[in-house]
Design a protein around this ligand. Structure first.
Ligand code: NDP
Length: 482
């Protein structure tokens, strides 16, 4: 951002590796098909507002077709394919993802707005790792701790958000397939492209027709899918509001449900923490992926005695962040995914100021076209402020202070959410003491936003239920065997 410090030359990743078709059909029964009523919508590059492709919008008859294809594949092939055979397909998919990872990373950055260094170095390696990891489980399910002879559930409807499009797809599809289920997945309206290339990868891997079906569309398509009578399980990642509506729809039905919802994580810095490392963790915790991260460390709780020092160093570090072209390898902060999301970030930030918190951003030129928001810090935040309570889902950090560990716990847990938390301290005993008391599904110690397919992820309270990743992630896709 302060290019005076280090004037970097542009280092754009080439787009030539990506071949975007002008329009895409729905992926049903192993092939791309036209939507029944011919409705389409456009997906754009949020960094430039350029139209990338025309996308099909699945209607009720398309959902019928997709669910029927998934059922046929479950009954006819996949549900009875031995685990060691299913594993081969998953390994094959993982290898193809690795082979095509540059293409997928560029496409993800184009459609989502995230910096290429994140899609290339974080998202794609984790996507492939997820398929490798669950490939390893496919023939060992009876040893996973869910009964002697666990069975697949059947047809899973999976609905995912736009913040990590391919990674969320991997978190959903890899364990479902490993356990012998078939899936109908709906990607988010604003980021369908990598899911459609994933459909091509399923073809390339020779996956039997109908095991994976991709239906594109907006919220209504998701609603039709999760409400369809022919599905056995719903896996949803997205906002708490929509999650709540889905839980109501499914209540009283035989369908199984897992929900990964929002968060408002506390990143807690004690006075004995290594400050420079903590500042890196704070920056990574909230500005990674423009803060479009459910487990983002969006509330910084810093011990009062070191607050000034931490904030000085944090402001200095924020002044070196580079905002701009997501395809530039030097970019730290990319584009906001959509105009709607930008409007929400602006609204909540304005409310923060109106409620009396002090707003600060480094000097920063925003590109003229596209959707952009500078990395932003709010100090003087109290627990009653909306920016301390609501998920902003953008590059906005709310700073609160504390004096004692008890006060830190009290404040950290004072949220309807419970997805993640971070603790920065030199003392191992304090880490354990804190981890025991924090009501969060994941607690990071002296690091933040670190993921591994072997590690379960999920929430407490309004952050949802069920776990994704690790052995625990299998449970959502298994029925007890007899
Ligand atoms: P939404 O809940 O609006 O959307 C999530 C998905 O659900 C999208 O595919 C969306 O379609 C679809 N959808 C929307 N309405 C319905 C409905 N009534 N029935 C079924 N499906 C529907 O969330 P966002 O996409 O705005 O994502 C941001 C939110 O997701 C944040 O709150 C964030 O915390 C949370 N999230 C949680 C994660 C976790 O693991 N806990 C991970 C990532 C995000 P469309 O996009 O077309 O509207």
């Amino acid at each position: 951002m302060t290019s005076k410090l280090f004037p970097y030359s542009p280092a754009p990743e080439s787009r030539a590796v990506v071949n975007i078709a002008s329009s895409y059909g729905l992926f049903i029964g192993g092939e791309f098909v036209e939507p029944d009523d011919g409705e389409t919508f456009k997906t754009i590059n949020p960094a430039s507002e350029e139209v990338l492709a025309e996308i099909s919008e699945a209607g009720p008859r398309d959902i019928d077709r997709a669910v029927a294809a998934a059922r046929k594949a479950f009954d006819g092939v996949w549900g009875s394919t031995p685990g060691k055979e299913r594993a081969k397909y998953l390994f094959r998919i993982a290898r193809i993802i690795q082979e095509r990872s540059r293409e997928l990373a560029v496409l993800e950055s184009l459609d989502n707005g995230k910096p290429i260094k994140e899609s290339r170095d974080v998202d794609l390696p984790l996507v492939a790792a997820h398929f490798f990891y669950y490939a390893g489980w496919a023939d060992k399910l009876e040893h996973a701790g869910f009964g002697a002879n666990p069975k697949p559930i059947g047809v899973a409807a999976q609905v995912i958000p736009w913040n990590f499009p391919l990674m969320m797809l991997a978190w959903k599809i890899a364990p479902a397939l490993a356990c012998g289920n078939t899936v109908v997945l709906k990607p988010a309206e604003t980021t369908p492209l990598t899911a459609l290339v994933f459909a091509e990868i399923c073809q390339q891997a020779g996956l039997p027709a109908g095991v994976v079906n991709i239906v594109t569309g907006a919220g209504d398509t998701g609603k039709m899918l999760i409400g369809h009578d022919g599905i056995d399980k719903v896996a949803f990642t997205g906002s708490t509001e929509v999650g709540r509506a889905i839980a109501k729809t499914l209540a009283g039905t035989r369908k199984r449900l897992s929900l990964e919802l929002g968060g408002k994580a506390a990143n807690i810095v004690f006075d004995d923490a290594p400050i420079d490392e903590a500042v890196e963790g704070i920056v990574g915790g909230i500005f990674f992926n423009q803060g479009h991260v459910c487990c983002a460390g969006s509330r910084l709780l810093v011990q009062e005695s070191v607050a000034d020092e931490v904030l000085d160093r944090l402001r200095r570090r924020m002044s070196t962040l580079r905002l701009g072209d997501p395809l530039d390898k030097n970019t730290d902060v990319g584009a906001i995914n959509s105009f709607e999301q930008l409007a929400r970030i602006r609204e909540l930030s304005d409310i923060g100021e109106a409620e009396g918190a002090q707003r600060w951003s480094p000097a920063c030129e925003l590109p003229e076209r596209g959707f952009w928001f500078p990395p932003t810090l709010f100090t003087g935040v109290t627990q009653a402020h909306r920016i301390a309570r609501e998920e902003i889902f953008g590059p906005v950090l709310s700073v609160l202070t504390f004096r004692t560990p008890d006060e830190a716990i009290e404040k950290a847990n004072n949220t309807p959410y419970g997805l993640s938390a971070g603790v920065w301290t030199d003392k191992g005993s304090r880490i354990l003491w804190m981890a025991d008391r924090l009501r969060a599904g994941v607690v990071w110690a002296n690091t933040f936003n670190k993921f591994d397919p072997a590690s379960p992820f999920g929430g407490y309270k309004e952050s949802g239920f069920g776990r994704e990743g690790g052995r625990h992630g299998l449970e959502a896709y298994l029925a007890k065997g007899k």
